[in-house]
Design a protein around this ligand. Structure first.
Ligand code: SF4
Length: 356
């Protein structure tokens, strides 16, 4: 069961409490490419992204940040390092939240200035503690970058925010090591009610990054820990969003698009099968329809092996079959049956949106 955390707001998106686990990602382009950044955000939204983070490296880029934020259809989090005045400028420029690693912001006084601006602009903060940039004093005390040091660091910073009557915050405790990440979030979750943004930092390229993130986030989500997720990949942001959804769907937590069941292939499959699969997947995945859909390599075992699919297609030497819940209800040539399969999915999506 999901742990009930405090509810906070990033723009109009609720996080924690009874809200669903939120999906987020980060743009990968320099801010000066304003149009491209807006397009990148819109593309991630098409795949179901709910919150976007933009890195704001220096004061010269505030005007770009402002222009992108103005046109973003989803709340924007500014990622700030080192300059507390820059955090304040980001809020002035329209950021719905800022992500800071408080260890980078010098004195307590600087943090207090940020807190005042957060209140003035009714914004949220993510306290992002990272094993690579732990506070020097905490590192000295623990002697190494352990999960305990990460948790202690986060709790210390939270205290500063609470002492200044600020509570609209969420926390992340990231490490590039899977075990440290899991242990840090577990420990923090025992000791605090604030919502958690979970992720593995610098997880790597595909497939390494997907595997590391799925193991860490999968374990945590199964234990009910995690209110927002990011799959950090060396890949375009929409790829991160797709993986977020697949992970949430695989765990039965949240699904937005169809889950594809496809067979591993064997000697019974037709030679065209892989080509068909590649053509059909993007068409299937664009449907906002949280159902199981099957694409199988033969009609002998395919429908039976994919009984749980609400709609399926199986192939056999130039002929294809449509089936529902394991029962074949139509056969015809491949092209016609593929068209009908995709048309049926579209119809199911339309009917669902009418009901909703
Ligand atoms: S569905 Fe048919 S082709 Fe695919 S693995 Fe099963 S038996 Fe082989």
């Amino acid at each position: 069961m999901r742990k009930l955390t405090k509810e906070i707001k990033v723009g109009n998106v609720g996080i924690g409490g009874n809200n669903p686990v939120r999906v987020q990602t980060m743009n990968s382009l320099p801010l000066r490419l304003v149009e491209e950044n807006i397009e990148q955000i819109i593309k991630t939204v098409e795949y179901g992204n709910e919150i976007i983070r933009l890195a704001l490296p220096d004061f010269d880029q505030i005007s770009y940040f402002k222009a992108i934020t103005k046109h973003s259809p989803i709340p924007v989090i500014a990622d700030i390092h080192f300059h507390h005045k820059l955090a304040i400028e980001a809020l002035k420029a329209g950021a719905n939240a800022i992500r800071i690693n408080p260890g980078n912001f010098g004195s307590k006084k600087n943090l207090e200035e940020i807190i005042k601006a957060l209140k003035d602009y009714n914004a949220a903060v993510r306290i992002g503690v990272n094993s690579g940039s732990l506070d020097k004093n905490i590192l000295k005390k623990h002697g190494k970058r352990s999960y305990v040091a990460l948790v202690e660091s986060a709790l210390e910073y939270i205290k500063i925010f609470e002492d200044n009557d600020f509570f609209n915050l969420k926390v992340s405790l990231k490490s590039s090591d899977v075990r440290t990440t899991i242990e840090a979030y577990r420990e923090f979750s025992k000791r605090s009610e604030y919502p958690l943004h979970i992720g593995v930092t610098e997880a790597g390229p595909i497939p390494e990054g997907i595997i590391k993130s799925s193991v860490a986030l999968g374990n945590l989500l199964m234990e009910g820990i995690g209110d927002t997720i990011r799959i950090s990949l060396t890949a375009p942001p929409e790829e991160e969003v797709k993986v977020c959804w697949e992970l949430l769907g695989a765990l039965g937590i949240r699904r937005k698009f169809p889950e594809i069941i496809s067979c591993p292939l064997c000697g019974r499959a037709t030679i065209n099968f892989e080509k068909r699969l590649k053509e059909m997947i993007p068409e299937i995945k664009k449907r906002k329809l949280p159902i199981k859909v099957a694409i199988m390599g033969c009609e002998v075992n395919g429908p039976g092996e994919a009984k749980e699919a609400e709609l399926g297609i199986a192939f056999s030497q130039g002929v294809a079959f449509l089936f529902k819940k394991g029962v074949i209800y139509k056969r015809g040539n491949e092209e016609d049956i593929i068209k009908e399969f995709l048309k049926t999915l579209k119809k199911m999506e339309d009917e669902r949106s009418t009901v909703l």
